[in-house]
Design a protein around this ligand. Structure first.
Ligand SMILES: Cc1ncc(COP(=O)(O)O)c(C=O)c1O
Length: 506
């Protein structure tokens, strides 16, 4: 550490406590809310805490009050004596870059980190990153400037007031810019957060986060607001972009949950799982099979998109086509027959209660993302997504979406171009009392909305999303001042071979 500062510590030691409590008018603005700032900083600490530059021990005292194990590391003999007397702890001699303490969870410092040059700050943070465990934190409470202009403005202001000590201090020490701290922290690997505490001080919290693994990218999808479609007064349209899941659809949640629940129950005996799917469930199941070293066989009616079938194969699934005319019902029968003859585990998305139970994470995310859900709109293929949402958001207007040729609104089962939604028989877990409206959307309307979403919002979604949007736009006409949440299950790219941007069809 830059040793020329040691002499300053000698002078400072005896009036430091006076300065922080506002007795020195020049430093009054620096230490506004000093006690509160220390309190906030101390609350960020956990576990074994190293405090660098504890000075006269004010923050140390707060950390001890929280019952933490604290090791104070202080370079100044004079400060150290006062701090030791105040806290009853013995301080270790050392500084930010020279210390010998092992196994700590938090590194904390108040009003001292600026003694390091930016280069030294970088070395120090790199060293801390390597030494901290995952989840470990660096907590820095110190003066920092939002910009070069802000710093110069403050120097001019305090020069005009005649605060020469403070101005010398601002010119001499290495108070960083926020952008510098952000970029050093990021380079080193920390997640960086900062909160401005007064005119000078910022509380910065740097967290060592584990790198995510690909399988962690299921859930936590973005919720965005659409503003380019005409809405009744005060209505707001929020869409959940499920294509951001690892396998590209809402069904990743389903695949992972059905497999993990079955594993937890001990239901998977042979190491093979099987189901019938339009494709997205198969992709979710394939990811779960990879994660848990299982083998997957899926039965897919021929008509469904080649892209989804290719993706399932790429992820290691065995894909068996069943005739288009037999629909999902025939694919299901084939899957069931395979399970019965081989002992493979049939995940049974169309009947298993594990299906609706898969969407707890989706519900929780919506709850935190949108204040008040007045209307919820989702398509039904297996019916799992809508069943889960409608069971939970009971105060909302619950709209289930199907294509023409699906049987929810009555009528016979028939063909449609809209993929992923549409039911041939009433889903066992779908409760009629949880449906406030059924919207039956034509292929042409669904595909028109897909094209409009691309052109107006830059959103490339599948046809079941287009149908869901059409349904939401129809339903919202009856209401004002509603928060409308719509589920967009997947993206357009997996339907390019099906002419998804060709509205009239082939
Ligand atoms: C593209 C797409 N949209 C919507 C759904 C419907 O979801 P659920 O089966 O939960 O009703 C699916 C299901 O396969 C799908 O693939």
């Amino acid at each position: 550490m830059s040793l020329p500062f040691m002499d300053i510590f000698k002078e400072w030691a005896h009036d430091y406590d006076g300065a922080v409590s506002g007795e020195n008018p020049e430093y009054k603005d620096v230490f506004v809310n000093y006690d509160f700032m220390l309190q906030q900083a101390s609350q960020e600490a956990f576990g074994h805490t190293i405090e660098f530059g504890p000075g006269t021990g004010n923050l140390t005292h707060k950390l001890m009050q929280r019952g933490l194990k604290v090791t104070p590391v202080e370079p100044s003999e004079d400060m150290l004596k006062i701090g030791e007397a105040k806290t009853g702890l013995s301080f270790v001699t050392g500084d930010f870059l020279n210390f010998d303490v092992q196994d700590y969870d938090t590194i904390i410092s108040s009003f001292a980190f600026h003694h390091l040059t930016d280069e030294e700050k970088h070395s120090a943070l790199k060293m801390y990153y390597n030494a901290l465990p995952t989840g470990g934190k660096v907590v820095i409470l110190d003066t920092m400037f939002n910009s070069m202009e802000e710093k110069q403005g403050m120097i001019d202001y305090y020069t005009a007031l005649g605060f020469t000590n403070l101005v010398d201090d601002l010119n001499r020490e290495y108070y960083p810019y926020k952008s510098t701290m952000q970029s050093i922290s990021k380079k080193v690997g920390f997640k960086y957060q900062s909160t401005q505490m007064n005119r000078f001080a910022h509380l910065q919290v740097l967290t060592k986060q584990p790198f995510k693994r690909p399988m962690d990218l299921i859930g936590d999808t973005p919720m965005v607001e659409l503003t380019t479609f005409p809405l009744n007064t005060g209505n707001r349209l929020f869409v959940k972009l499920e294509s951001y899941n690892l396998g590209g659809s809402v069904k990743d949640r389903l695949g992972m949950h059905m497999v993990e629940s079955a594993l937890a129950r001990g239901d998977i005996k042979t190491g093979t799982i099987v189901d019938a799917t339009a494709g997205n469930t198969g992709i979710g199941l394939a990811l779960a099979a990879l994660k848990h070293h299982l083998t997957l066989r899926v039965y897919v009616p021929e008509k469904f998109s080649q892209e989804k079938q290719d993706i399932m194969r790429a992820l290691g699934a065995e894909v068996i086509n069943t005739p288009t005319e037999g629909g999902m019902i025939q694919a299901r029968e084939a899957a069931m027959a395979f399970a019965q003859s081989t002992g493979a585990y049939f995940t049974n998305q169309f009947e298993s209660l594990d299906n609706p139970a898969s969407y707890q994470s989706l519900i929780q995310e919506i709850e935190t993302e949108v204040d008040r859900v007045d209307m919820i709109v989702a398509g039904a293929g297996s019916g799992g997504t809508f069943s889960a949402l409608s069971e939970y958001f009971t105060d909302a207007h619950r709209v289930v979406v199907e294509p023409e040729g699906s049987i929810l609104n009555g009528g016979a089962s028939g063909s449609h171009r809209t993929e992923g939604i549409g039911v041939e028989q009433w889903p066992v877990y779908l409760k009629r009392e949880n449906i406030d409206a059924i919207e039956t959307i034509s292929d042409i309307d669904a595909f028109t909305k897909v094209s409009e979403l691309a052109q107006k919002e830059g959103l490339l979604v599948g046809s079941s999303s287009g149908a869901a949007l059409m349904a939401a736009l129809n339903q919202q006409k009856q209401f004002t001042h509603q928060n409308i949440v719509v589920i967009f299950p997947d993206a357009a790219e997996r339907y390019l071979s099906k002419g998804i941007f060709n509205i009239e069809g082939e």
